[in-house]
Structures are given as C-alpha cells and as structure tokens.
Design a protein around this ligand. Structure first.
Ligand SMILES: [Zn+2]
Ligand SMILES: [Zn+2]
Length: 570
C-alpha cells in the first residue's frame, strides 16, 4: 500500500457520499484530506501521525488509520452496501457527476448502465430536473461507445493483465519455462489478444491449473496442447496458452511471437536451404530429419543469423541486418534514470525511497525531476520549495555516496510560450527537463513556438514526452516532429523516449531520425512510484525498434558525461 492507494480510498468515499446526497461539508472533508496527503512531502511510511497532515481531521484520520492498518475500510464497505457499485461507471459519462447520478438513483431507481439507457430511450429521464435533450443525446452516444470493446486495446492495459498472468504462472511448479509471445512480446502499440508459450513435462496438471485462474469469463478451447479463455474486468481479453515440451519450446515461441511477415521471410530462407520451419522445429526436406533447439538464439544461429530481438521481428530488413552483429542498446547498459517524481509534487514515494529503489537496481545516477509551479494540479514546486528540496537531496547525497543524485526539475513550457523559471535560476539546477502539459488545442505554430523557446534556452537539457500522446487515448498536441528534431539538433538539446507504456513517446520512426542527427536520447520512466522504474525495459524495446545504438542513449553514459552535457552552456 502506498499514498496513492489511500488517496484513492478517500476520493472513492467522497464519490459515494456525493451519490448518496450527503452533506457537502462532509464530502469536502474527504476531498480535502486527499489533497492534503497529495501535497504532503512525506511518503506513507514517513507519516507517523496523520493528524499532522494539512486537511486531515479526526473523522478522516480514523478512516485512514483503519485502512492503513487492516487494508480495508468499514466506511467504504458500508457505503458499498447502501449504494450499488454499478452506479460508479455512470460517473464517466458526460454531464453526470456524483450529485446527478444520486438523483437518478433516488428518483428513477437507475442503478446501472442498462437502466440508464432504458430511461434515456423511453424518455422517463426527462422527469428529472436538469435533463434536457442535448444532455440525453450525449449520454446515449457515450453509452454506445462504452458498450463496444475496441478491436485492439492499448499496450499499457494489456501489460497489466500480462503481469498478473505471469505472477500466476510463476507459482505453478510443473512449468519449466514460459514466455509471453505474440504482438505483446514485440511491443506493438495496440494489441488484440494475449499469447503464452509454456514448457512442461506435465501438460495435464498445467492445463488443470490454468483453468483454475480467477476471473475467467468463458473457456473457448481446451485442446491437447492449447487452452484458450476470456479474461477481464473492464474489457474481455482472450488469452491463448500453448503447452509444449522442452523440444518444441524455442520453435513454438518463435512461431507464436511472429510477426506473420517475419515468419514468412524465415520460411523463405529455410526453403532456400531445403528446410521447413514449423512450431515444432526445423525439418530437413531431403532426409526428413527434424532438428530441435534449446533456445531461440540457437534457432536463429542455425540459419546463420544473430538473435533478432522480438521487437524487431516485423518482416522488414531484419534478416539481412542480423547476418552481421548489430550494435543495439541493451538493458544491462543502462546506468541511470533521468526523469522521476516524488511526494514533493505528485509522486507516491519520497526522494529517499526513490533513491533506494534506484540503488537496488544498481544505478550509478538518477535525476529527481518534480513538476514546476505552473502545474498546480500536480503540486508543482516554486523556486523556494526547490531550494528546500535541494537541502534534502544534499542530505541524501551524504547518506548514500554510492549513487549520484542530480537535482532536476520537469519545468512547464507555459501556454503563452514562456518558461516557468528564469535563466539565472535554471542555471543552478543539475538537470532541466522542459515539457508541455497544457494548451493542447493550440495551433501547430503556437506549439512549435513554445518548443523553440525551450530548445533555445541554454539551460534546458531535455524535452520530455515530445508529442504528448497517450496511446489509444489521445494523439497529443499538434507538433511538427521533424522540425522539433531539427531544432534539437541545432541547439544540442536532448529528446526523451518516455518509457511509460501509456506514452512510449517518441515513437520509433522519430527516434530513428533523431539518431541520424546525433541527438542524444534519454530513455526515462517518468516514475511516480518506485514500482514503475521497471518501465525502463519497455522504453529499451522501443529504442531497439529504432535501432538505437548505446552511444545514442544517454543513460548508458557515465555520470561525468551527463554532467558535461548539462554544463555545455554554463
Ligand atoms: Zn510530464
Ligand atoms: Zn514527469
């Protein structure tokens, strides 16, 4: 449990109270407590008395203490008994806040999406004050979109499910090895379904245990070597498990990882050698003899190829390229993470907790980069608080001499095109990230002006998440990426590959162009809690999709080189 969980609890209680039509002061108390926690610089473990947090009073304190100690909340449980949980999804609809959902529940007995839809279609909803034609039209439109599961879902959603399944598979002792396959393993941005390949000597037991997984909505297929079912909370997702023995594992994994186009090219290559590839191995067409491989690497080597990372198996020119050694950035070359948040702005963990998580990963350095003052919703820091934060970082530097802590900031580029801090102030920071978090609807011209100001500033080191996209949710602001790459090259400003699977920003096609221009790329997790420092692996997969070399990725550099870069105009 971390601070975010407690904040979520308080906000959820406030929502239920709002639906219930409770006293506005009572509702506000929970929201105030949530905000107070968000603003407090201490992490959950560091707060010994919640009454010392701004905005937390006796009532909210009791609720928090119970939740922290027991992991449950009587208050929330009671509210859930009084008010149908099925009302909560209604809050996502346009024009429906807690109060209005409460009114619909009390006056019309609307309890879920179905009953709401019926009330809209029959017109009974017009009996309730404040529901006009336009509102109802908007609700119906949103309901239609809600009902359909898009054909493909964003990678970040699927990765969460994959992690849960992996956790389950790790606990089945009869499984020798397993791997996710398919488009997730190749880190495609939008994903249709999930595939796993499992190596076992005891297929029957493994199959039985797979069928005991929680949250199975429907079993589609139970064959000798395959189990398929539908899982899911928010969306239904079909998952295939291919169950094979040790001999077939590597070939199966390659086969089910794809892509189709890559597999076609591999089969052509085999055919030219009078061989045939299938999921069980490689057969010599003249002798009929079948060859098995211990690993995918051995499989590729058989065809005189080096190991091709899954993310590059797209059926482009990878077969030609991997005849030779390809100098790609590797996970173990990463020495630090240059973008992360703490409780000082909107992160869940303290600086010290982030530092320790990075030390555990064996990093040589990190940059602490909380938000700047313009971003009020994220509790951004002004000059005064940044100076205070520097004292804390200084203390931690003394305490942990084995890691280099850069004092950075993620500074907003304001909608009017100015920066959130003066040059004199920025000059004193170890690491300056500039980013756009507002004014997404501005014209391309205005957006480019803002990015130009940032690139031309001598103390800005890096442009974060350069397009502002969220995969499958929003395309970002209107940016001319090619022109941005040009500006970054002229001003010697680095660009980010944000490794958060919601963003993966910049995308590979742009990274490739940036590398051509010798622009340093920082692969950063933008972590708001310790657990997401692992997002680095996804960022590196994207980096390899663009054939980024170790020298291009600046967090393979030593800390001295990072400091030299940050001092280039000082
Ligand atoms: Zn940001
Ligand atoms: Zn950030």
């Amino acid at each position: 449990m971390n601070k975010k969980d407690v904040i979520k609890l308080l906000e959820e209680i406030a929502l239920y109270l709002e639906i219930k039509g409770e006293n506005p002061f009572r509702i506000a108390a929970y929201r105030k407590a949530a905000q107070g926690l968000e603003k407090d610089v201490r992490s959950l473990d560091e707060i010994t008395d919640f009454l010392t947090v701004d905005g937390i009073g006796k009532g909210t304190n009791d609720v928090i203490v119970e939740y922290v100690n027991t992991g449950t909340s009587t208050m929330l449980e009671q509210l859930k008994e009084e008010i149908p949980e099925t009302l909560l999804p209604l809050l996502k609809l346009p024009g429906l806040g807690g109060k209005r959902v409460g009114t619909l529940y009390k006056e019309l007995g609307i309890t879920d999406i179905e009953t709401l839809k019926k009330a809209c279609l029959t017109g009974t909803i017009y009996q309730v004050k404040g529901f006009g034609k336009k509102t109802v039209e908007n609700i119906l439109k949103a309901l239609d979109e809600m009902g359909q599961r898009p054909e493909r879902l964003p990678i970040y959603y699927m990765l969460q499910l994959v992690e849960e399944i992996k956790q389950y598979l790790r606990e089945i002792p009869e499984i020798n090895r397993f791997s996710v396959a398919g488009s997730i393993r190749r880190l495609s941005e939008m994903i249709k379904d999930i595939d796993f390949v499992i190596d076992t000597d005891d297929a029957e037991t493994v199959k039985a245990k797979l069928l005991q997984m929680e949250n199975i909505k429907e079993v589609i297929n139970q064959g000798d070597t395959k189990i398929s079912y539908v899982l899911g909370d928010e969306y239904a997702v079909s998952v295939d498990f291919l169950i094979v023995d040790e001999n077939a594992y590597a070939s199966s994994l390659h086969h089910f990882t794809g892509s189709k186009e890559h597999n076609v090219k591999m089969r052509q290559l085999a055919k030219a050698r009078k061989e045939k590839i299938n999921e069980y191995g490689v057969t010599n067409l003249e002798t009929g003899e079948r060859k098995h491989f211990e690993t995918e690497e051995a499989f590729f080597n058989h065809f005189h190829l080096n190991f091709i990372p899954p993310e590059l198996r797209e059926g482009k020119d990878e077969l030609e390229r991997f005849k030779e050694h390809v100098n790609l950035v590797r996970d173990e070359q990463i020495k630090g993470d240059l973008h992360m948040h703490t409780t000082w702005s909107d992160g869940a963990h303290s600086i010290e907790e982030m530092v320790n998580a990075a030390r555990e990963k064996g990093y040589q350095y990190i940059a602490i980069t909380d938000h700047s003052k313009f971003l009020r919703v994220a509790n951004g820091l002004d000059e005064k608080r940044l100076l205070k934060q520097r004292e804390e970082i200084e203390r931690l530097r003394q305490k942990y001499p084995d890691i280099h802590i850069l004092h950075g900031v993620e500074m907003d580029i304001l909608p009017n095109g100015t920066l959130d801090f003066s040059d004199d102030f920025l000059k004193e920071m170890d690491w300056v990230i500039a980013a756009i978090h507002s004014g997404f609807n501005q014209s391309r011209e205005d957006i480019m002006k803002r990015l130009k100001t940032a690139c031309e500033n001598p103390y800005v080191d890096l442009i974060a998440h350069p397009t502002g996209r969220l995969i499958g949710r929003r395309s970002g602001y209107d940016v001319d990426v090619e022109a941005l790459i040009e500006m970054a090259s002229e001003t010697n400003t680095a660009l980010e590959l944000n490794a958060n699977p919601m963003r993966l920003d910049l995308a590979p096609e742009w990274l490739d162009k940036a590398q051509e221009k010798n622009i340093p790329i920082a692969v950063n997790t933008d972590s708001h809690q310790t657990s997401t420092l692992t997002f680095m692996q996804y960022g590196l997969q994207v980096a390899r999709k663009a054939y980024l070399q170790p020298e291009t990725v600046m967090n393979t550099w030593d800390v001295e080189a990072i400091i030299r870069f940050s001092n280039r105009n000082k």
